[in-house]
Ligand binder design. Structure first.
Ligand code: ADP
Ligand code: ZN
Ligand code: ZN
Length: 748
């Protein structure tokens, strides 16, 4: 008879990723073998505390003498959370792969998956106390006769809900108010089962659905993705279409089918600020309540959602990059909307690219991933060229609207007046558009009033005391601010250095200063200014966008906040004020980012029956990027840019890993950096090239000296294991912080 190990001794050993600043997995034991397994969330002792942890793998007892000594030192798992908190196997495997790819221990990533469970337990509120959100809908197979039996008053409620472009209602009172009946009427209808409450992941009510009828070209696109989903194997698509071509309509049709089959879908958006309007649209089209994974959702609500996701019920989850780490048990489709967007790249704590990890996630669970964009990243475009991704084009805008005409305003021939950033010819254009009753948008990628304040008498420049950066004047908020460390101080009236009070000048424009100029040029016009620090309070951005859409405001001036996702039918002129800022920098993605940003901004113009125009103010009209923006030759730009990258072996042709060392004591930081470079010599044998150490462009942040090392290598996951060993090879004192970023996006 063969005795299994578990029969010999009931103790099992597990490697646990504890949620604590520990940089490796820890071994714990557990003696009741049936209750816990890989993916279980457990409470374990750590020092004198108890922490949560995630069981990553079983450590098989080899039966040697080590086990005895080990048994003495190994502590016991205190508690195993119930089965419904177990992370599905595929998610565990995904966490491990991301950990390897980002060169982090699983602990560092585990909070992304189970953070909400931890928060919930910490906050100590009762699960049973949570009330789940829902939408009210008409029962799916309500017949004509059934409707006839209703009273006139009851029918008013049904009419409201079945009206073609009706709103969604999430409470009895709101619905009653809209139907001008008493809440009792609605309650009765629910009691009698005429109306039902649809919860997230609840039964999909196809009656509520309101999908668009697709055009021929959209139908083709839809069919390809839909077919791939049916096959239930991994496939990746680039859905490449100009803004307004109907990419969203196309994929929502596929999402609906997945839900009908009982599958789970994740739609990732780059920007949290976009989710509200987007979720409304999704719910309206699909007739379901979407799961919004968002910081504004309460902990208990999130925990309910989390459990539903882990239990595998059909649902559509809409969220930013972190939603990718939710414990989906039955994920079959991931949509990455605006795949080129830099906010998919997380840089603090664990550095990862949610777009790349979404592709990985799909490949690990036989799901389909669709990367949607009007301006693909070079990485994605090349993957589509090589056939790794299937490419689907939607070349023209839906319906009769056409792409705006783009032209350059050459600032060399038409110079700006002193302290002015709107060229006189541009001002004339703006005036005539406004006189026609249309709207104009001025785009500038700089927050605040002015990026630099200096004293003309002695040359003093106001800089952050803690960082290598100028203080940016935020006039409307009445302070100077450092954009790296958030240091703030009052707006000065005298020079810090020479005490002169007459000669302080603001240099360069920010969005607020542009507003000042515009209000002098167009005194009659209602102007709205939107930038991230002016719309921090919830609701302000929403109100602002509403005022624009309803034409209460004619001229909008904004930063990136305005560049994406929004749809303004009467906007016909877009002016890019400072197109050149991104063009010449130390960032190898500078051209790509400029191209994407300007194309994106330009896409805001003329989205309906009124055609749009875009004016780009530039001092470099001969720059290839500018020329291709005018011709609209997107393929040309992508080819041009990838040729440059290819010649330089820059990503995505090669891989970069950026390592940053920082600390208060400069000598220690430099010594550690040099030790790393010395140890790294041996990596050259693997073709890994080490550059540095060098002071970072922003040399100080919060008084920490920052030193960079850049590694260049071939794209090969095995090389990352070597780099990881190298990272562990230096004994780093706690006064120095070492962080690293595989495939970095910023180099400051
Ligand atoms: P994209 O995601 O490519 O920017 P959208 O899907 O948002 O494009 O479509 C742009 C606009 O055109 C939206 O208002 C959308 O409702 C409308 N639209 C696109 N396709 C259709 C369609 N087949 N039927 C009706 N409206 C459509
Ligand atoms: Zn001075
Ligand atoms: Zn600072």
């Amino acid at each position: 008879m063969i005795m299994t190990r578990t029969n010999e001794s009931c103790v099992r050993y597990f490697n646990v990723a504890v949620i604590a600043p520990v940089n490796k997995l820890l071994i714990y034991s557990y003696s009741d073998s049936c209750l816990c397994d890989i993916g279980s969330i457990v409470k374990v002792p750590l020092g004198s505390r108890q922490v949560l942890g995630l069981i990553c793998e079983e450590v098989l007892d080899t039966g040697d003498t080590a086990s005895d000594s080990r048994a003495v030192n190994i502590r016991n798992i205190v508690e195993v959370l119930p089965e419904e908190f177990r992370i599905p196997e595929v998610c565990m495997n995904f966490l491990k792969r991301v950990a390897r790819y980002t060169m982090n221990p699983v602990n560092a990533l585990a909070p992304l998956t189970m953070g909400i469970v931890q928060h919930y337990i910490k906050s100590g509120n009762m699960l049973s106390g949570a009330r789940e959100e829902y939408l009210i809908a008409v029962r799916e197979n309500l017949s004509h006769e059934d409707t006839q039996k209703l009273t006139a008053i009851q029918r008013k409620v049904i009419d409201i809900l079945t009206h073609n472009d009706s709103e969604r209602y999430s409470s009895e009172t709101a619905l009653a108010r809209a139907a001008t009946v008493s809440a009792g009427v609605v309650k009765k209808l629910i009691e009698h089962g005429v109306l039902v409450k649809v919860t997230a992941g609840g039964r999909v009510n196809t009656n509520l659905r309101c999908l668009s009828l697709l055009s021929h070209i959209q139908q083709d696109a839809y069919q390809q993705i839909s077919d791939a989903c049916l096959k239930q194997t991994y496939a990746a698509f680039l859905l490449f279409g100009v803004t307004g071509s109907g990419k969203t309509e196309v994929y929502l049709n596929v999402v609906a089918e997945c839900l009908d089959r009982g599958e789970q879908v994740l739609v990732m958006l780059p920007e949290i600020s976009l989710t509200d309007t987007f979720i409304q649209r999704v719910e309206q089209r699909l007739g379901v309540k979407a799961i919004k994974w968002h910081s504004s959702v309460s902990i208990s609500q999130k925990l309910l959602m989390w459990q539903r996701i882990a239990s595998g019920v059909p649902c559509v989850v809409v969220g930013a990059r972190s939603a990718l780490f939710l414990p989906f048990a039955n994920l079959t489709l991931i949509i990455v909307d605006e795949e080129h967007d830099n906010s998919y790249k997380q840089e603090d704590k664990v550095a990862y690219s949610a777009r790349d990890m979404a592709v990985l996630r799909s490949s690990m669970c036989d799901a389909v991933v669709v990367l949607c964009t009007a301006t693909p990243s070079i990485e994605t475009w090349l993957n589509a060229c090589s056939g790794k991704y299937q490419r689907i084009n939607l070349q023209s805008r839906y319906g009769s609207s056409v792409m705006p005409e783009v032209s350059l305003v050459n600032l060399r021939d038409l110079p700006l007046n002193k302290n002015s950033w709107i060229a006189p010819v541009v001002a004339d254009e703006i005036r005539s558009v406004l006189e026609d009753g249309m709207q104009v948008m001025l785009f500038i990628n700089r927050r605040g009033y002015a990026p630099l304040t200096l004293c003309r008498k002695c040359g003093y420049r106001f800089a952050c005391p803690n960082c290598t950066s100028w203080l940016v004047e935020h006039r409307s908020l009445k302070y100077m601010m450092c954009h790296y460390c958030n240091y703030r101080c009052g707006i000065p009236d005298i020079c810090t250095s020479c005490s002169d009070s007459e000669n302080l000048v603001s240099c360069g424009p920010g969005v607020e200063r542009l507003t000042e100029e515009a209000s002098i040029l167009f005194p009659e016009v209602d102007i709205i200014t939107l930038s991230s620090d002016l719309v921090k309070k919830p609701g302000i951005l929403k109100q602002g966008l509403h005022d624009i859409a309803s034409r209460k405001k004619q001229l909008m001036i904004g930063t990136q906040v305005l560049s994406k996702g929004h749809h303004f039918p009467f906007l016909t002129l877009v002016v890019v004020i400072d197109a050149d800022t991104g063009l010449y920098g130390c960032d190898f993605r500078a051209s790509e980012k400029t191209w994407q940003l300007i194309r994106q901004v330009a896409g805001r113009a003329g989205r309906e029956k009124y055609s749009g125009r875009v004016l780009i103010q530039t001092a470099f009209p001969d720059h290839p990027v500018m020329k291709m923006l005018v011709s609209g030759d997107d393929e040309g730009f992508l080819r041009f840019e990838s040729n440059i990258r290819s010649r330089a072996c820059a990503p995505p042709f090669g891989r970069y890993v950026a390592v940053m060392l920082s600390g208060k004591d400069e000598t220690t930081v430099w010594n550690i950096a040099r030790a790393y470079v010395k140890n790294g010599e041996s990596m050259r044998g693997y073709g890994i090239c080490i550059l540095g150490p060098a002071p970072a462009p922003v040399t100080y942040i919060r008084r920490n000296m920052r030193v960079r090392i850049l590694l260049k290598m071939k794209k090969d996951i095995a090389l990352l294991d070597i780099v990881k060993r190298w990272l562990d090879s230096v004994n780093v004192p706690s006064s120095v912080l070492v962080s690293w970023d595989v495939d970095p996006y910023t180099f400051m």
